[in-house]
Design a protein around this ligand. Structure first.
Ligand SMILES: [Zn+2]
Length: 94
């Protein structure tokens, strides 16, 4: 008969630490809802924003993204230049 596995206190603490550490990663992995149209414009839905519209024909040249850069090709860490909202707070316009 095999002895039943009983986690030690150390193993339980490690498990708890792992759970806490993976939570922010899950939040950062939140993805915008992309349009089927790859050349779609995207609008910032943050209520306090002017609002800013990302137009791929314009890009975000001030931050190194030339005209022609599609919204979905912007890095996950890209954020609204007007209000700082994360990329997933944008909605497709087209
Ligand atoms: Zn914004």
């Amino acid at each position: 008969m095999q002895p039943q596995f009983t986690p030690t206190r150390r193993q339980l603490l490690r498990l708890a630490a792992t759970s806490v550490l993976t939570l922010p990663a899950a939040a950062a992995a939140r993805e915008p809802v992309y349009s089927d149209n790859p050349d779609s414009r995207y609008i910032c839905v943050e209520p306090d924003c002017s609002p800013y519209v990302y137009d791929p024909a314009v890009g975000d040249p001030d931050r190194g993204f030339p005209p022609g850069t599609r919204f979905q090709d912007l890095p996950g860490g890209w954020f609204c230049p007007d209000c700082g909202a994360p990329k997933w707070q944008f909605a497709a316009l087209d």
